[in-house]
Design a protein around this ligand. Structure first.
Ligand code: NAP
Length: 421
């Protein structure tokens, strides 16, 4: 395949798709993996994660052939002002597994989110964000070890779909007139300037996301899947998400999945060993439940906006955004990326914490079937932090720590990988 401005590495092979629907890939020992550093602190955390992933691959007898791809500011320089070049989308599409850093999105005006565009164009419909506590990481809560949740956030619809109209345009007036005049919502929108957005939640989008969450819970021996929604207010979107979620559970899993109601009505609250319980919580309640009843939650399935809020809040409990990893999954496709953004004020200072990006690499390795290399990175990061060698964000919260630059932290993790291997 020919690309315009980027080159396929001479060494290495593309992963092969065995069965797209069954999410099965064959990963060679020397795969080609696209990497997109991204904007702002992406140029700090990207190379740090790459160095650590290389070390873990080498320690387990493998090698990655990296392929640099570009979006955002670096793409604009190379591709005559383009934010998301076709080269990049095509490389990510073709090679199937990749890792990216954050991309800046201007607030209010300017271009739309490149992250959202990428997730939609690659149809990586589930954004998975595990939040677990690593030994030694300071936390604002008393028992951070109780947090062990995995959020499955729908990635392609909700108010993120980008169907919105700007105040002052002819289109927004047309939509307002349609909603008030033809759809019977007279006197629901205040007079004067207005911006309007649309929130699509589909059966297709909901069911494939909830399926992924239940499959994950069953495969990883988790106790429950919680559908998080604001269906008391947004009945036909978020309420429908809840109903479709329960439908998937009831229609596709037989005895493997039971609802919380059944558990209490028929089993006296006694959960069968091999079954997953599906329940639901209203989103505002859920935000306090993660603090007050942290250990009762396990796998979360929710819509785009709720998922974004909830996973950042969970991230805060296990040490903040410098720690929280994530990955976008589609069918036979994974694009790993940390939860945090481009933190422009720290860009290029070799200062921020690369742990979130490294642990996103752990998710990618797990998906590739490289569980041993994934475990090595996780253990080495934990070992480094436990020995109080940390970046500024954790250093300000612990006594007697050694403050390291991003690159020094990466070196320390590599050293631990080599010791642990
Ligand atoms: P942010 O970039 O995540 O930064 C918010 C704060 O979180 C930072 O000021 C810093 O806190 C802390 N933080 C983030 N990453 C860290 C790291 N690696 N190590 C240590 N601390 C870290 O959020 P934002 O300022 O709201 O957003 C900035 C830009 O990023 C926006 O354009 C937004 O659209 C974009 N964004 C992109 C993605 C993505 O690409 N997936 C995700 C979210 C946001 P302290 O200053 O308190 O130390």
């Amino acid at each position: 395949m020919e690309f315009d401005q980027i080159e396929v590495p001479d060494e290495g092979q593309a992963v092969e798709v065995i069965d797209e629907e069954a999410d099965e890939l064959e990963v060679p020992e020397n795969p080609i993996v696209p990497i997109l550093y991204g904007d702002g602190i992406g140029t700090d955390v990207g190379p740090a994660a790459q160095q650590v992933m290389d070390a873990a691959a080498a320690a387990t007898g493998r090698e990655i052939s990296w392929m640099r791809v570009y979006a955002g500011e670096t793409a604009r320089e190379m591709y005559d002002g383009e934010n998301l070049p076709e080269d990049t989308v095509e490389a990510l599409r073709k090679f199937r597994i990749a890792i990216k850093g954050p991309l800046t999105t201007p607030v209010g005006a300017g271009f739309r989110s490149l992250n959202v565009a990428l997730r939609k164009r690659l149809d990586t419909y589930s954004n998975v964000r595990p939040t677990y506590h690593l030994d030694g990481v300071p936390s604002p809560v008393k028992n951070p070890g109780q947090m062990d949740m995995v959020t499955f956030r729908e990635n392609t619809e909700d108010v993120y779909a980008g169907i919105e109209w700007e105040e002052g345009t002819e289109e927004v007036e047309q939509v307002k007139e349609f909603v008030e005049g033809e759809m019977g919502f007279d006197n629901t929108i205040h007079d004067g300037a207005v911006g309007i957005g649309v929130k699509p939640i589909t059966e297709f989008g909901t069911k494939r996301l909830v399926r992924k969450a239940i499959d994950y819970a069953l495969e990883h021996d988790r106790d429950s899947v919680t559908l998080v929604h604001k269906g008391n207010i947004m009945k036909f979107t978020e309420g429908q998400f809840r109903d479709w979620g329960y439908e998937v559970a009831a229609e596709e899993y037989g005895d493997e999945v039971i609802t919380e109601d059944t558990l209490w009505e028929e089993q006296d609250g006694e959960q069968p060993d091999d079954a997953v319980v599906v329940n639901d919580r209203i989103a505002d309640n859920m935000l306090q439940q993660i603090l007050t009843r942290t250990d009762q939650y396990d796998v979360i399935a929710t819509m785009n906006l709720n998922g974004d809020y909830l996973s950042d809040a969970c991230g805060a409990q296990i040490g903040g955004l410098g720690i929280a990893p994530g990955a976008n999954f589609g069918d036979a496709r994974c694009l790993a990326e940390p939860v945090h953004g481009s933190a422009p004020k720290y860009a290029g200072q070799d200062k921020v914490n690369p742990t979130a990006m490294m642990l996103s690499g752990v998710l990618l390795f797990d998906y590739m079937g490289w569980g041993d290399a994934a475990e090595l990175i996780k253990d080495a990061v934990e070992e480094t932090i436990s020995s109080k060698k940390v970046t500024y964000d954790l250093h300000r919260q612990i006594e007697g720590g050694e403050k390291l630059a991003t690159s020094e932290f990466a070196d320390a993790v590599v050293e631990n990988i080599e010791t642990l291997a």
